[in-house]
Structure formats: C-alpha cells, structure tokens
Write a protein that binds this ligand. Sequence first.
Ligand SMILES: [Fe+2]
Length: 303
Amino acid sequence: MTRPIEMRPLSPAMGVEILGFDSGTRPDADTASLLRSALDEHQILLLREQSLDTDAQIALLEAFGPPLVESDDGRRFQYISNTREDGILGEGCLEFHSDHAFMEEPIDTISLYGLEVSAGCGRTHFANGLRAARALPQPLRSRLATLRARHIIDPAADASSVVCRGPRLPDTLPHALHPILWNHPRTHEPILYVNEQQTDSVESLDGAESRALLEELFAHIHSPAFAYVHEWRERDLVIWDNLALQHARDASGHDAARTLRRVSVGGTSVIEFFRMADGKIAHRNRDTGSASSARSRSMTRDA
Ligand SMILES: [Fe+2]
C-alpha cells in the first residue's frame, strides 16, 4: 500500500520536508500538481535519503517544466563540485544571488542533489523575497512600486564580491532591469527582487541614493525572520523557487568534498546566455586582460 505524502515545515521562514514520496519514481499528474502547489506555497521542497540517478532527477523536475540544457553537448544537468574535473563553482563562498537575475528571464526552479558531501561542508543560505516583500513598511512599499533595479554580471569579478558597493559596472556587460517588487509569475504575489551579488543600481536614482536604498533593502531581506540555512547531507534533494528566494553559499574548505548535481527549469538556459553574451564578455575579457575563457568565468560567477 502506498504511503500518503506528508509535509513537515523546515523553518518558520520557508520550506517543507516531503515525506512518503520516492523521488526515483516519475510522479503521476496528481502528485506533480501537489508538488508544484507545495513549492508555490513554501518555496523549498526537501527530500532526504533519496536514491536518485541523473535521469530520475531530470524526470522529477519535469513536473515543474522542461529542464534547461546546461552544456554544449545537450546535457540537462550540471555538477557543482570542488572535486570533479567536469564540475563548476569550486569551493569558494558565493554571495546572495538569484541564478540568471541579469537576464530577462531568470531561472524559475532549481534542484540540487547531494552526491558527495563532507560533514558541515558548504551550507546553502536562503532568503525569502516573498516574505520580505510582505513585511515591508507601507511607505517603503509605496516608494518601491514603480522602481526597477539593474542586475548585472561581471565575468572578471570575484563571485564573493558585493556589486552595489563597487563602482557602477559598464552597460556593455550583460544586464537586465527588473521591478524591485516583481510579481511572481504564478501566484502574482510581489517578491522583493534585489540581491547583493548581482544588483548594482536602482534605475532613475543617482549613485548615492541608489546605494542607500539597496543597502536598506539588503538589511531588510537578510532579517533572520526570512532566512533558512540548509546543512547538506548526502542524498538530499532540495528544490527551490529561484525567483522567490535568493541563495548564497559558505566556502567548502580545501579538505572537504562537495558535489551536488543540479537540474534547473524555466528561464533562459546558460547556453542561450552564452550565445547572446559571448561577444560582450570576450570584449570585456580583452579589456581586463583576463586569461580565462568567458564561459568558465561566467559559470563560476552565478549558479
Ligand atoms: Fe546560484
């Protein structure tokens, strides 16, 4: 007899642990609908102790939309790893970001599966932009209603840097403008959509005013009331809403292995991004004298 699916809250700020569901089995239509509703309501789904091969992870994510192509060879997954030669993002910390915020269509849903995780290694921090938007004081909410922020990628920069505190980055780099209060595409609820790694300015404000507003919003969204920190275990599957949440990562350290397998859904794939942006990035790398390829640096910057 099949055990019914149960949900247990992960934290007051977001997330549920899903119990009684084998993620290695392609979900039927009712289960897929339940999972989508749970993600829209709670923003993170955690499934522990899953035996999940690559095909099964891709099949499960199809419940949320078509998985994105991650590389030139057409594969729809990527390794986030400090041990695999074919992995990306190494072991350094990553500041808060939303994957592909600098594109017109950021990624919609991200999943990571814990293949190899040393104890205490490379925690993932989440901040909930939906809850942060709900809690904005009314005068600030009114001020934000018509403002947009610019999100940008600098392939030559350190991924642990905080963009808005540096000089304004040139318009030649890939960037996008999004409403600071961006309505969620499915729930239509406003998300506070600014992050420290990719948001460099507020449109129509001068430099000092823009930085002051962003600092105020970062302080708000990083309140403990909107935070959850995931301590990885092997065989964890974490699925999250990349628009509603922003995420960051602790450094892993030299002796700690960390390999997670990523499958993402919705938005613009990294392959399309490189097709659009390669000329600009190549130009930037010539300017900065960077010896690294545009591709490897960009992939290290945001994921
Ligand atoms: Fe990321």
